[in-house]
Design a protein around this ligand. Structure first.
Ligand code: ZN
Length: 107
């Protein structure tokens, strides 16, 4: 189970967003997942979308055609599933993150 770093209450998995900040439902603290986790998740998805069609023997142009839709599917699945398999580090959040884990200052 994931915990709020601010008040220590349990955070249900479906309240935890990997790609964007979210609020603790108990104390209202703005929380987010560590940027390293997000970055590993992103590059893991990219790696899998290349390795899976390679393992199925796709090469050349058909490999390129397979990577993009596969990457979309794997990224979405990873965002939903990975936090249940490898619990992310939850931090107090005072920044915005882009999908590939770069930080973007708050407006
Ligand atoms: Zn809290």
């Amino acid at each position: 189970m994931l915990r709020c770093p601010s008040c220590g209450s349990d955070l249900p998995y479906n309240h935890v967003h990997i790609a964007k900040p979210f609020k603790c439902s108990v104390c209202g603290e703005r929380l987010c997942v560590g940027s390293l986790y997000l970055r590993l998740n992103y590059w893991g998805s990219v790696l899998f979308s290349v390795l899976v069609p390679l393992a199925f023997g796709l090469r050349g142009f058909s490999l390129v055609l397979a990577i993009v839709p596969l990457w979309v599917v794997i990224s979405v699945l990873a965002l939903i599933l990975i936090k249940r398999i490898i619990p992310p580090k939850i931090e107090r959040c005072h920044r915005e993150l882009t999908l590939d884990g770069r930080e973007k200052p708050l407006l």
